[in-house]
Design a protein around this ligand. Sequence first.
Ligand code: PGA
Length: 308
Amino acid sequence: MHLTLRQLRVFESVARNLSYTRAAEELHLSQPAVSMQIKQLEENLGLPLFEQLGKKVFLTEAGTEMYHYSRTVDQQLNEAEAVLEDLKGLRRGRLVIAVASTANYFVPRLFAEFNKRHEGLSLSLDVTNRAGLISHLDANDTDMVIMGLPPAGKELDAEAFLHNPLVIIAASDHPLVSQSSIPMKSLRKETFIMREQGSGTRISMQRVFKDRGLELRADMEMSSNEAIKQAVEAGLGLGIVSLHTLQLELAAGCLAVLDVQDFPVMRHWYMVNHKSKRLSPVARAFREFVLAEADSLIQSPLAVGSTL
Ligand code: PGA
């Protein structure tokens, strides 16, 4: 069946009005133009759609069938237009974000604030480590990724939007808690509980130690910040985590941030996309919102009373 949307629209108008003249007025066309479109449509379909008795226009059986379908097509197109308008106006939309497990300590707060301003949006959040985030970027299956260590060698846009201070933590009764300005070298003999392979926190810390000619042994490995904090609190060793993960523990006084020279190591959080990614309206709005407001919305745990 070869027919054009224009023919269908002209047909729908003539069939609804049962008048070529009224259809021409409605569509701002001349009457011969309307007749021509209908004639071509009838030729394409191989059946007459109208019959004219005197001045009266009637739908044929084929015309009646066609009218039913043309109205459905019209309704669907109107609906599509309304949905696209809603998307443009951020009245609906779905945001698919993947975030580093460490960033999950503040991203829900950002989304909650964004959601207050644009009700009706939905969110899908995958929380994974850096290695998982790189897989998301390769699969192009999220609107954006929030990570602390964007990979090199890929065509990415990575914009820093928030500080990410890394600190060394100990149980609050650890002997090092009372010391100040502890040299990194003197931590050589301490047991460190490290994040798993593939974690951005772990890679960053290894670099910091290596740059100072020190080896950071992974005596114990755990795959979440929560597990590390529990282990440190239980006295298994020292931990290295982002300050963003410590809000509750510092407030409760069950963990302490050690005063180690060169710490906190100041890193950043980045919003990351492929350079050629075409962001949806809601993703673009979220990106702009985070870049503009994350700094003021996310309170630094330092303000809550760490020992730094
Ligand atoms: P992660 O965090 O350690 O949870 O992968 C990312 C990062 O801090 O780079």
